[in-house]
Structures are given as C-alpha cells and as structure tokens.
Design a protein around this ligand. Structure first.
Ligand code: IPM
Ligand code: MG
Length: 361
C-alpha cells in the first residue's frame, strides 16, 4: 500500500469549509485506490495569529517541510488587515512558498462545456480554452529587496518594492514552462515587460537561451499588458504561459474568469524535489461568504487531483476526480458562484457530496 503524509492547512474564511470537502475526496480515493493518506491538520494565517501571535509557527513550518505534500485552503480576512505587513496572514503563504522553495506555480484554466454560460465572455470566445499559467513564485516584487516604507525627513513617506530576478531563477522556471508545454500542445508564451523593465529584459534573454534545449516547443513572447488584453480577446491562442510572480498573480486571476468562476481553479506550487509541493485553490478566503456554507469546493477538490498527479504519481485517481467534477457539472449541480439567476444553488457540502457520489460510481 502506498503511504503519504499530507499537511492540511485550512486557514481562514471559507478555507475550513472547502478543505473539509476536499479531504473527504482524498480519503475516498485512499480507499478506492489502496493508498493511505495520513492527514495532519494545523493552523495557518489569521487563525494562527489569533492562537499563537504569528501567521506561521515553527512547528507548522516543520510539519510542512516533513510532509509529502501540503494542502492549503486560504488565508487572510478583514480582521487582520490592520496588522503590520510582517505578521499578516498572507505572510504565512509567502513564508511557506519561500521555505519550501516552491518556485513554480502551475495554474490551469480549462473551460467546462457545461459552464460556458457562467463566464462573462461570449461562448465563441471561450469555447475550448485550455491553458496553463506557470507563475514564478519565490522571486520578483514579492521578495526582492530593498523593500518597505520609510519616513522621509520632510515627513512624507517613501514605499519601495524591488523586482529582482537572477539568471538561475529565470532558467529553472523557464524549464518548467518548456517541460509542461512539451507534454501539451507544445506552445509556450513567455510574458514580460521587456520594453520597460530591465529585469524582464533579462528574463526574455534567458528564456530564449533555454529554448535551445526545446526545439520541439514553439516559443513566443508577449508584453504583459498585451497578454492581459489577449486573454480576453482571444484566449484560445494560449497553451502555456510562463511569467514572473506579480504578472502571474494578476494574469491567473484574469484567466480564471474565462472559466466563469475563480471558485473553479486549482493550483500546484512545486519545488526542486518531489516532496516539496503545496496545493491550493487560486482564490482567497472570501470572508464575505465565510461560514455560510455556500462556497464552491471544486477548486480545492481539483487541487487534490493535482496533488495525486504531481506528488503521488496517482494519475488514474486524479482523472477519476476530474471526471467526477465534470459529471457533477453536467448534471447541473451549481454552487452560487456558477449558478445562473433563478437556478437552484447547491451548498458547499452538497457540491462535495455530489463529487463523492460520482467517484463512488
Ligand atoms: C495568490 C494570492 C496570494 C498571492 C496572496 C493571498 C498573498 O493572491 O495565491 O494568487 O498574491 O500570491
Ligand atoms: Mg492572486
């Protein structure tokens, strides 16, 4: 029997609700596919600040470092927004990414035929869209120094963040982009702002160099502003997009809306070795609907599917989950975020139960 240790960090807001449903899916998969998942749950984000004074304790970091994979819900909320940046809930996420070395964030955006009407874009524009955003996750503006806000002599303030990338950082994320593209439609679009930002000029140069090792992959380059526009104008042109941290944050939110709801998109954050991996929905903690039981658990359930595929080599089990989600959508089961006006809305638990039922077969 295969055995895996999974650190489960539900976090804040809707985190516990959606992770609760995803765990049921993972446990059922364990039974069906003869695998044992040892789940260890811990606090992260705002709930950890409340309990321990910090968003990520040493113990929880150790738990994550010792696990085969981490499943995370979401962090943050208005309750903690006034805190200093250094101890905000979001810091937990950033520290986990940094400490685990999760430099590659894989965010697939795929259109489900049954949800075409849920998108704000025209059906003919989004039909058949199937793309992946590969976001660099441990560099750029999020981590570059100098950073901070300083008080100037005249009483005004000066805020600084720095976009920094080194050649090895660009090279390794470019390779992930090419490798992922190679297993798909073999088209990689590298997104930068090389006409203005020197660091992304370097990005482009390095990506072009790495391309020599992947002659079978068609490489193109796009400025980030143009890419933002092309994503809504003609998203079908994209297969794999590789880009730096902040651009990837923004473009992946945009890409999610092609699918109708940000509640549908999973993600994998991967490091240099197999046991460095974290899976989470791309959406946030949605404090406005937290505790109401109406959140969409699909992004988290699909994150479990990604975990099975990338971390545990259980591709069959992963496909079973993806197919189950597709069937549930085909049956017209909709949480509030993807329901049309007047349509019956399933709760988070009902959506989770519907997916479980399909997996059970
Ligand atoms: C994401 C989120 C995070 C980010 C926040 C919560 C720190 O928006 O995962 O996309 O900006 O990376
Ligand atoms: Mg984001």
């Amino acid at each position: 029997m295969k055995r895996f240790n999974v650190a489960v960090l539900p976090g804040d807001g809707i985190g516990p609700e959606i992770v609760g449903e995803a765990i049921k899916v993972l446990n059922l998969i364990g039974t069906k596919f003869n695998a044992e998942f040892k789940l260890t749950e811990a606090l992260v984000g705002g709930v950890s600040i409340d309990a321990n004074g910090v968003p990520l304790t040493e113990e929880v970091l150790k738990l994550a470092l010792g696990a085969d994979a981490v499943l995370l819900g979401a962090v943050g909320g208005p309750k903690w927004e006034g805190l200093d940046y250094s101890i905000r809930p979001e810091r937990a996420l950033l520290a986990l990414r940094k400490e685990l070395g999760l430099f590659a964030n894989v965010r697939p955006a795929k259109i489900y035929n049954d949800l075409i009407d849920a998108s704000t874009l025209k059906p003919e524009v989004i039909e058949g869209v199937d793309l992946v955003v590969i976001r660099e996750l441990t560099g750029g503006l999020y981590f570059g120094t100098p950073k901070g806000v300083e008080l100037l002599a005249d009483g005004t303030e000066r805020g600084v963040n720095t976009m920094v990338y080194t050649t090895p950082e660009i090279e390794r994320i470019a390779r992930v982009g090419f490798e992922v593209a190679r297993k798909r439609r073999k088209k990689l679009c590298s997104v930068d702002k090389a006409n203005v930002l020197e660091t992304t000029e370097l990005w482009r140069k390095v990506v072009i160099r790495v391309a020599n090792d992947y002659p079978d992959v068609e490489l193109s380059h796009m400025y980030v502003d143009n890419c933002a526009m092309q994503l809504v104008r003609n998203p079908k042109q994209f297969d794999v997009i590789v880009t730096e941290n902040t651009f990837g944050d923004i473009l992946s939110d945009e890409a999610s809306m092609l699918t109708g709801s940000i509640g549908m998109l999973p993600s994998a954050s991967l490091g240099a070795t197999k046991n460095r991996a974290m899976y989470e929905p791309i959406h946030g903690s949605a404090p406005d609907i937290a505790g109401k039981g109406i959140a969409n658990p699909i992004a988290t359930i699909l994150s479990v599917a990604m975990m099975l595929k990338y971390s545990f080599d259980m591709e069959d089990a992963s496909n079973v989950i993806e197919n189950a989600v597709e069937k549930v959508l085909n049956k017209g089961i909709r949480t509030a975020d993807i329901a049309k006006p007047g349509e019956k809305k399933a709760s988070c638990a009902e959506m989770g139960a519907a997916v479980l039922k399909e997996i059970q077969g």
